[in-house]
Structures are given as C-alpha cells and as structure tokens.
Write a protein that binds this ligand. Structure first.
Ligand code: NAD
Length: 454
C-alpha cells in the first residue's frame, strides 16, 4: 500500500496491507489483551488515557506534520484538530468514572438493585480520514476506558496517523494487545466483517455503512453508524450583521476544504437579506488563501482523495445545465496534487446534485427563499439528517424552525461544530447510535441488571 501526499502526488511511505490471516492474528491477541486490560481498575485506565492526552500535546508539531502529509489538510487545521481531540479526550477522562460507575437503584435491607456497565469485549472500529483524530477518539478512547480491546482500522488515507496514535497509546500505558491498528482499505475492511468481534463502530459514507450494517446484522452484536450529511443552513431576514454571518457560515462550508461530515452543504437565505449575504459570502471566500498545506496562512489545502475532484466537477456541470449561476471557482486546479477552486453557485434548486448529494469538497449552493416555511420544507428535503443550522436574532424563532427539521443536531447562530458533552448522532442516512456525551461513553458497554435479596 502506497501512502501518497495528496498535495504533491509524491509517495511518502509504502506499507504492507493486513491480510485476512494477519487480521485474525491481531484479533486473537486482542482477545487475550482485553482480559488483561479489564483487570486494570477504571481509575488507572483513566490515568493512562490522561497520559496519552499529554503525549498528544507534547508531540503536536510532529503529529500535525504527519496528518498534513497524508490528508492535505493545512498545517494549522491539523494542529486545531489535535487540540480539538485533546479537549474531547479530557472530557472523557473527567467523566468516565461518573458514567461507567455502578448505579444503585434500590439499596434496602430486603432488596438491592444495581446496574453495572461491562465492556462489550473486543470491538472493531472502521473509520474515516477527514478528521482521524476527532472521529478516532470518539470511539477508541471511550471503548478503552470501558475496558474493551479495540481493532482500529483507519481509512487508507490516514494510516500513518493511526500508527502514531498506537505508539502513543502504548507509550502511555495501554496494553499493546488491547489496541491494534488494522492496515488496509476496502479489502481489509471487508475481512474484518468475517471476524467475530463483539461490536462494530463505523464512521464513513452511507454506502459503505449500509454494506457493513447488512453484513454485521447476522452476528447480533451492537453496530453503530456515523455517516455522511447534506447539512442545511438557513439565514433568516432578522440578522443584523450580515457580513459577520456570511463569513461565519462560509467558514462552516469551507473549513477543511468542506471535508467535514457536518460541513454546511446547502444554504437557504431569506430574500430580504439574500443579495447582501451573497456579496459578503463571496468576499469572505475570496479572502482565504489557497496553496500548499505546509505553507503557513493557507486556508484551502489539497483534497485528500483524488476521486472527489470528479464528483465536484460533476456537481458543477449538473448545476450549470439546470440553470445555476457560477459566482466563483468551478474547476480543478492544474497542479500536482488534488486541488479544486473554492466554488460558489447561486440560482440553485433542490433537484440539483449539489443540493442533494454529499459534496465533501469546497463547493456550496446558495438558494433564495421567501419564508421560514419554505426553508423548513427545503431543509427537510434530503435523505440525510446529521445537523441543521439557523441564523437569526431570535432564539425562539430559531428553535421553532429547528424543532421541525429532522436532524440529530440543531445549531442556532453557529454551525459545523461538535462538542464532547452532547450526543453526536445522525438520523436517516446519516446513521444511528451516538458517540460523545454519556451516551457515547456507554455505547461500548453492555448493562447488567442486578436484583439481589439479602
Ligand atoms: P468510506 O465509506 O469510503 O470509508 C470509510 C472506511 O470504510 C475506510 O476505513 C474504508 O477503508 C472502509 N471501507 C471501504 N469499503 C469497505 C467495505 N466494503 N467494507 C468494510 N470497510 C470498507 O468513507 P470515507 O471517504 O473514509 O469518509 C468520508 C465519509 O465519512 C463522508 O460521507 C463523511 O460525511 C463521513 N463521516 C461521518 C462522520 C460522522 O460523525 N457522522 C464523521 C466523519 C466522516
């Protein structure tokens, strides 16, 4: 397997893929390792994960450089991602004992009832490349804290980062047989589905998620899906600082080159503020620098996957054929590596691919709407249900609108953000189950109900 720098096209490393046999060997070692790992009391496991967090901080420059080299993410955004992951891990460290401790329900002389949270066993985590630290720690940290063994199969576009994570976890004190990285792409992913793991936790596209869910169903083990989105954002007519809203929402659409599961993917703007919003939006996007992700000050780096260039070109073509106006960008940049111009389309409608298919790139469609009712209808017109956002001066108005949108997260005057204390959960084709929050801490456990008569 060749690891290619997406900004230069240069091969930075060659690795050997795992085979069915080597994955099974890793699984067997994990079975043994998990039995040792669970013997370490929870407070000790918490300390070990806390040490891992310190190591992330200590090594941030080296880790960010590796992340940038394999994903094309601007260096500063790599540092931001690692710092974001550190904040999440800290929340988990601070809350693990609270959410994983035994819970007494009844404790009398005649009846004792309690709930205990036991680890699932050895779980499989097949993951995505776009935020390997963030989506990674959402799963393997609470899984380890709960006493599970973890086979972490990162995306083929984030393997070097995964290997760094493995080294730091072991250095912090995690049993080397309690966490292992599976190396490979689709083939390795499919091989993992034939191994008797005690749970499957997937982050990736709807198409792959559906395939995995069908295969895993027969095993009757927990299976959780964090999938894609086509997240809508609505700008109402009562906003006052249009320039600030335009810049903030443009960042929500274009940060990490639009390669975020919760990136703003469709924008609806009330007709009263539409013209000024669009002008300010384009101004903001133009002000951001595109270039090599290793150059400081760059906002738009390279796209991670070369295939996405074609998807984006297809969306632009489809939109233009159906009557859209291209205000900015629209094509790939002829340069080594995967670069696409930041692209803004107006006069779009919901039948266009750019308003229905996950773009996962630096492209946005902005549509004028007449009323809140229109906006609610259009926002709901999607197969996905990850997040939705409303910008308004009125919290009541925003909450009323968001309560009618079928998504796992609602944002008022913000977008494209995830916070450790809240469940991260999709609906419809965006998946099911939750990571983060108390739900995400307990997702890697099975409850035992104790009914005891003294
Ligand atoms: P992907 O579905 O192509 O791949 C995800 C993982 O699945 C990779 O590790 C890949 O090697 C593996 N895989 C591919 N085919 C497989 C198969 N047949 N069997 C088993 N495993 C297989 O997704 P991606 O391109 O890595 O990630 C981008 C997608 O992830 C986007 O749709 C994005 O929205 C989504 N995502 C969702 C969240 C969330 O929290 N909801 C977070 C990040 C990314």
């Amino acid at each position: 397997m060749k690891i290619i720098n997406p900004a230069t096209g240069v091969t930075i490393k060659t690795l050997r893929d795992d085979s069915d046999i080597s994955l099974m060997e890793k699984f067997k070692l994990l079975r043994v390792g998990q039995r040792q790992w669970i013997k370490i009391p929870l407070p000790e496991r918490v300390k070990i994960i806390g040490k891992f967090n310190e190591l992330l901080e200590k090594n941030i420059e080296k880790l960010a450089a590796v992340l940038t080299s394999e994903t094309g993410k601007p260096l500063q955004q790599s540092r931001n991602e690692i710092n974001g992951a550190r904040a999440r891990v800290q929340w988990m460290v601070d809350n693990a004992e609270k959410y994983l401790a035994d819970e007494w329900v009844t404790n009398t002389d005649t009846l004792k009832e309690k709930i205990t949270y036991e680890p699932l066993g050895v779980i499989c985590n097949i993951s995505a490349w776009n935020y390997p630290y963030l989506v990674g720690v959402n799963v393997f940290i609470p899984a380890l804290l709960a006493g599970n063994g973890v086979l972490y199969k990162p995306s083929e576009y984030a393997i070097l980062t995964a290997l760094q994570i493995e080294t730091l976890l072991v250095r912090a004190g995690v049993d080397p047989n309690a966490f292992k990285v599976g190396i490979g792409g689709k083939y390795a992913g499919e091989a993992l589905l034939n191994i008797p793991f005690d749970g499957y936790f997937f982050t990736g596209s709807y198409k792959t998620g559906q395939f995995i869910y069908e295969k895993v169903a027969k095993k009757m083990v927990p299976c959780q899906m964090e999938l894609g989105g086509k997240d809508p954002l609505y700008v109402t007519d009562d906003i006052t600082d249009i320039a600030a809203v335009a810049a903030g929402t443009a960042d929500g659409a274009f940060y990490n080159n639009g390669q975020s599961c919760c990136a703003v993917e469709r924008i609806y703007v009330h007709e009263k503020v539409y013209d000024e919003y669009v002008t300010e939006f384009v101004k903001a996007v133009r002000s951001w620098k595109l270039g090599l992700p290793t150059d400081e000050g760059v906002y738009f780096g390279a796209l991670t996957r070369p295939e996405q260039l074609e998807v984006l070109e297809g969306q632009v073509k489809d939109a233009l054929i159906r009557g859209a106006t291209l205000l900015l960008g629209g094509k790939r940049i002829e340069h080594d590596g995967n670069f696409f111009e930041p692209t803004v389309l107006t006069h779009v409608h919901n039948k266009m691919k750019v308003m229905q298919e996950e773009s996962f790139g630096p492209i946005i469609g902005i549509m004028k709407v007449q009323s809140d009712e229109d906006a609610i209808h259009l926002m709901n017109e999607t197969e996905y249900g990850l997040t939705a956002s409303v910008y308004s001066n009125s919290q009541a108005r925003a909450e009323e609108i968001l309560s009618q949108v079928n998504s796992g997260t609602g944002y008022w005057n913000c977008c494209d953000r995830v916070t450790a204390g809240l469940p991260w959960a999709g609906r419809k084709h965006s998946g099911f189950g939750a990571t983060l929050s108390h739900q995400g801490m307990r997702a890697f456990t099975k409850t035992k109900s104790w009914q005891m008569k003294p």
